[in-house]
Design a protein around this ligand. Structure first.
Ligand SMILES: O=P(O)(O)OC[C@H]1O[C@H](O[C@H]2O[C@H](CO)[C@@H](O)[C@H](O)[C@H]2O)[C@H](O)[C@@H](O)[C@@H]1O
Ligand SMILES: O=c1ccn([C@@H]2O[C@H](COP(=O)(O)OP(=O)(O)O)[C@@H](O)[C@H]2O)c(=O)[nH]1
Ligand SMILES: [Mg+2]
Length: 725
């Protein structure tokens, strides 16, 4: 049976050492609480760190055994690994960078080395567990390299990746000396998920800048593979929180708190201690509320739960002091014998007590500077069965994309935050109910189970698509077969594309002329009497004639417009007119003016807009725009618009490499047929070839009509050399 292997840095259970014994306790933090509800289904297993340094093999065996009973597989980490990989690279480099606090980031090569090593350790743990049909779902920033590591070991594995924290703008990620490796690591997955479209957009932009891969509609052509990228806002286990809040135990806790508080109204704040959460700013806003609206003194208290987190990381320790100091100062300044402004707890609470706090609170105050999602906001909503209560939510939490009925605030705007607190406290009941009802419906519908289902079904789809369009790599065995057929054939037709096939791409197309090796190879191939060698290219005839005209090869130029069998004169595929050129050239001129680095190439019967030298993203955006523009204009003209590798070409309809290749096969029938090409326009050639022909796609994107693919022109030349041996 196939199952899902969940992999994350932290297991949903953490093991604590108290005096002489070990205790097993639920982990805090959104990832563990969110996914904690689902991993035990259907034989799934969760791989991660149990939060404990084991003392010896016996203890390790014991913990492993205990966790296995709950479908967890521990990855034990040493103190040095936790220092350098977890506190170091994960939480002192990646976390601050991804949350837009680059001033807190450190860049330590030793931390990077540990990060690589621990990702490798996780990889080994997963490989030891995963069968070929299992689905592997990797979570979060601590394991960015893991998808590619797994892919290298298991090329056909089904791998999903989800990032729980923001993905920042390229301008932040580019600062990291390891930016390329990190992004490439994630691309080992078949599907990559983010909480919001904003994070996804930043990721795609970084991939394009760092690795040169572009995406259309969330489909990223990444080297040999297609990777799907999409947004999946994570939900909570709604029923679990709603039930916990309705439980007898939560009611009792609430009643006992109420007894102590009297009729004081409660604002609630819950987070891990983290500078991304805006805790200090929240305290200042509460203080300002007491200053600007003294009527709330003695009436309203802030209950603030701060869960200890990453306390070995310097910035967290600094923040702890700041919060302690602020709370102390505010309480000292305003408290009375019967009223405490801030009830501050620096520890974690079990679910039933947490639920009673949610019940107690009229206002949920969630004000992170940056947050991937923020599940506390959703939990607060889930517990409000009576639709009474107001959520104040930072516009920079992922949750704000969904919970638009909250009071949405900018957490750096202290005045706005203060005003929102006041507004929440005076909001009429019917308005509270209207907002809360809408939010509750959403949180209930898109719960963590819906989230998992959406991700998993999309992952299955990604995999299926990947497999169905897979073109086989031209393996040594297949090469042997090809050579055998070639040598056995009395006549052979070899259709060779030029750019990207015989010759690697060059920034200036006019610099991509043949080198000595290519000329010798082509000459040698034509000297074999059984061979007919055809250069089938999109290029203009003058250029190709200048480069290769002295060789006895056939030419098919301008995508089939101009033809020249070896030793004969140039001829047109059919009579053509050029009346359309002026109008289209005017449009292309506009795109050249608006896209620095792009230019127009004019051929006898076509016009080409090149954007290889433009900024990758801008070029891509303009290309979309131009395609739309041209589709509209060429609809009634007898023209076709073709997208190639960083080019858009406009020419007379009905002629392409395929029509020309078909004419060649009819005119010069051969027993052995070979077509090699790298571009979308070469797909026209592949399409007309009979099934027994050898068709080979060159370069990254493996989705092709060709039967086989090779990596680059280097392999093409190698193959041609072998044909001569
Ligand atoms: O494992 P820790 O270092 O103790 O940190 C706890 C977790 O914090 C982060 O949670 C994130 O995931 C939530 C669910 O998607 C999301 O709501 C929140 O905005 C994120 O910050 C972190 O991403 C996890 O890996 C940690 O385990
Ligand atoms: O005493 C506590 C306080 C909080 N939480 C949980 O910790 C999670 C915090 O997740 P969130 O997405 O809000 O932020 P993160 O800590 O993941 O950045 C929520 O599910 C809370 O219910 C908890 O288990 N015990
Ligand atoms: Mg080409």
């Amino acid at each position: 049976m196939s199952r899902t292997i969940i992999v994350s840095n932290r297991l949903p259970t953490k093991v604590l050492r108290t005096d002489d014994s070990l205790t097993f306790q639920a982990s805090e933090g959104g990832l563990a609480t969110g996914l904690g509800s689902i991993y035990q289904q259907a034989g799934n297993v969760w791989v991660g760190w149990p939060g404990l340094f084991v003392e010896d093999a016996t203890e390790e065996g014991y913990v492993r055994e205990q966790l296995r009973q709950d479908s967890m597989e521990p990855v034990f980490l040493t103190e040095a690994e936790i220092r350098d990989y977890y506190e170091g690279f994960s939480n002192s480099t990646l976390w601050p960078t991804f949350h837009y606090f680059p001033q807190y980031a450190t860049y330590e090569p030793a931390h990077w080395a540990a990060y690589v090593a621990v990702n490798e350790k996780f990889c080994q743990a997963v490989l030891a567990l995963a069968g070929p049909d299992d689905t592997i779902w990797v979570h979060d920033y601590q394991l960015l390299l893991l998808p590619a590591m797994l892919r290298a070991a298991r090329p056909r594995a089904t791998i999903g990746f989800f990032l729980h924290i923001p993905f920042p703008s390229y301008e932040l990620i580019r600062v990291l000396p390891w930016a390329r490796e990190l992004v490439a690591g994630v691309l080992g997955a078949d599907l990559i998920g983010f909480h919001t479209f904003g994070f996804m957009r930043h990721f795609l932009s970084s991939v394009s800048h760092l690795l040169g891969f572009t995406a259309h509609n969330g489909r990223l052509e990444a080297g040999q593979r297609t990777v799907l990228v999409d947004t999946f806002p994570m939900g909570i286990d709604y029923d679990r929180y709603a039930e916990a809040a309705a439980s007898e135990s939560a009611r009792q806790h609430e009643a006992s708190y109420r007894q102590v508080l009297g009729d004081i109204r409660v604002i609630l704040s819950i987070d891990r201690l983290d500078y991304s959460k805006g805790i200090a700013e929240r305290l200042r806003a509460f203080e300002q509320l007491l200053v600007r609206h003294p009527e709330w003194r003695g009436q309203v208290s802030l209950i603030m739960v701060v869960v200890p987190s990453r306390d070995q990381v310097a910035q967290y320790a600094v923040l702890k002091e700041e919060i302690d100091e602020l709370v102390g100062r505010i309480n000292a300044a305003y408290r009375t014998m019967r009223w405490t402004p801030i009830h501050y707890f620096y520890r974690s609470f079990p679910l039933d007590e947490l639920a009673s706090l949610y019940r107690l609170a009229e206002v949920g105050l969630v004000t992170p500077m940056r947050d991937g999602m923020n599940l506390v906001a959703k939990e607060f909503v889930a517990t409000k069965a009576n639709d009474h209560g107001v959520l104040i939510l930072s516009e920079r939490a992922g949750a704000a994309r969904e919970l638009s009925d909250a009071l949405i605030i900018n957490p750096t705007d202290l005045d706005q935050l203060t005003a929102a607190l006041h507004e929440a406290l005076v909001m009429p009941a019917n308005e509270q109910a209207r907002r809360m009802r809408a939010m509750r419906r959403l949180v209930r519908q898109y719960d963590v189970f819906a989230w998992t289902d959406l991700f998993m079904s999309r992952l299955a789809y990604a995999k299926q698509e990947q497999l169905s369009l897979d073109t086989d790599m031209l393996s040594p065995d297949l090469t042997t077969q090809l050579l055998r057929d070639y040598h056995a054939a009395p006549t052979r037709l070899l259709l060779l594309d030029y750019d990207g096939t015989l010759s690697p791409f060059h920034n200036d197309p006019q610099q991509a002329g043949p080198d000595e090796e290519m000329l010798l190879l082509l000459r040698a191939l034509t000297e074999v009497p059984q061979n007919r060698v055809v250069i089938i290219s999109g290029r203009d005839r003058a250029t190709l004639e200048g480069w290769l005209g002295h060789l006895p090869v056939d030419f098919i130029c301008e995508h089939g417009v101009w033809l020249r069998p070896a030793g004969e004169d140039w001829q047109l595929f059919q009579a053509l007119n050029n009346d359309w050129k002026d109008e289209i050239r005017t449009i292309l001129d506009l795109y050249v003016a608006r896209t620095a680095g792009s230019f127009i190439e004019e051929k006898d019967f076509s016009l080409v807009w090149h954007f290889r030298r433009a900024d990758a993203e801008l070029g891509d955006m303009r290309a979309r725009e131009l395609m739309n523009h041209l589709t509209f204009i060429t609809a009634n003209a007898d023209l076709q618009v073709m997208e190639g590798n960083k080019v858009i070409e406009i020419k007379t309809a009905g002629i392409n490499k395929g029509t020309a290749a078909a004419r060649w096969m009819a005119t010069y029938p051969a027993d052995f047929l070979l077509a090699i090409g790298d571009d979308r326009t070469d797909e026209d050639t592949f399409r007309v070839m009979p099934p027994e022909a050898y068709t080979i796609k060159v370069g990254p994107a493996p989705r092709s009509l060709a039967r086989y693919h090779v990596d680059s022109p280097t392999e093409v030349r190698q193959l041609l050399r072998e044909m001569l041996m």
